[in-house]
Design a protein around this ligand. Structure first.
Ligand SMILES: [Zn+2]
Length: 77
Protein backbone atom coordinates (compact mmCIF):
# COMPACT_ATOMS: atom_id res chain seq x y z
CA UNK A 1 0.00 0.00 0.00
CA UNK A 2 2.77 2.45 0.92
CA UNK A 3 4.66 1.51 -2.24
CA UNK A 4 1.76 2.75 -4.33
CA UNK A 5 1.80 6.09 -2.52
CA UNK A 6 5.52 6.51 -3.22
CA UNK A 7 5.03 5.69 -6.93
CA UNK A 8 2.08 8.09 -7.10
CA UNK A 9 4.17 10.79 -5.41
CA UNK A 10 7.01 10.22 -7.89
CA UNK A 11 4.63 10.50 -10.85
CA UNK A 12 3.04 13.66 -9.45
CA UNK A 13 6.41 15.26 -8.77
CA UNK A 14 7.55 14.43 -12.32
CA UNK A 15 4.56 16.14 -13.97
CA UNK A 16 5.96 19.71 -13.73
CA UNK A 17 9.18 18.52 -15.40
CA UNK A 18 7.21 16.84 -18.20
CA UNK A 19 5.22 20.06 -18.73
CA UNK A 20 8.45 22.06 -18.66
CA UNK A 21 9.96 19.67 -21.22
CA UNK A 22 7.08 20.25 -23.63
CA UNK A 23 7.20 24.02 -23.10
CA UNK A 24 10.94 24.10 -23.83
CA UNK A 25 10.51 21.79 -26.82
CA UNK A 26 7.79 24.06 -28.24
CA UNK A 27 9.88 27.17 -27.57
CA UNK A 28 12.94 25.68 -29.28
CA UNK A 29 10.83 24.58 -32.26
CA UNK A 30 9.31 28.06 -32.53
CA UNK A 31 12.78 29.58 -32.30
CA UNK A 32 14.06 27.38 -35.13
CA UNK A 33 11.01 28.19 -37.27
CA UNK A 34 11.44 31.91 -36.58
CA UNK A 35 15.14 31.73 -37.48
CA UNK A 36 14.27 29.94 -40.75
CA UNK A 37 11.60 32.54 -41.50
CA UNK A 38 14.12 35.37 -41.04
CA UNK A 39 16.67 33.53 -43.20
CA UNK A 40 14.17 33.06 -46.02
CA UNK A 41 12.72 36.57 -45.70
CA UNK A 42 13.46 38.99 -48.52
CA UNK A 43 16.52 41.16 -48.02
CA UNK A 44 14.34 44.26 -47.87
CA UNK A 45 13.89 43.48 -44.16
CA UNK A 46 17.14 45.35 -43.60
CA UNK A 47 17.87 47.69 -46.52
CA UNK A 48 21.31 48.56 -45.14
CA UNK A 49 22.50 45.02 -45.85
CA UNK A 50 21.33 45.19 -49.44
CA UNK A 51 23.49 48.09 -50.59
CA UNK A 52 26.73 46.84 -52.10
CA UNK A 53 29.96 48.05 -50.62
CA UNK A 54 32.86 49.15 -52.80
CA UNK A 55 36.41 50.05 -51.71
CA UNK A 56 37.39 53.67 -52.21
CA UNK A 57 40.09 53.99 -54.92
CA UNK A 58 41.77 56.74 -52.88
CA UNK A 59 41.77 55.60 -49.24
CA UNK A 60 40.73 51.95 -49.69
CA UNK A 61 37.96 52.07 -47.08
CA UNK A 62 34.70 50.39 -48.01
CA UNK A 63 31.63 52.53 -48.38
CA UNK A 64 28.15 52.12 -49.86
CA UNK A 65 28.04 52.02 -53.64
CA UNK A 66 25.33 54.69 -53.83
CA UNK A 67 27.52 57.41 -52.31
CA UNK A 68 28.67 59.84 -55.02
CA UNK A 69 31.88 60.37 -53.08
CA UNK A 70 33.82 58.62 -50.34
CA UNK A 71 32.45 59.58 -46.87
CA UNK A 72 35.95 59.13 -45.38
CA UNK A 73 38.21 61.12 -47.70
CA UNK A 74 35.64 62.84 -50.01
CA UNK A 75 37.25 61.28 -53.04
CA UNK A 76 34.92 61.63 -56.06
CA UNK A 77 34.53 58.60 -58.25
ZN1 LIG B 1 38.11 57.35 -49.57
Amino acid sequence: MEGHIIILFMILSAIPFVILYFIIKAAVRNGILEARRIENAPLSANPLDRIAQIPCPSCGKKHDMDYPKCPYCNHRR
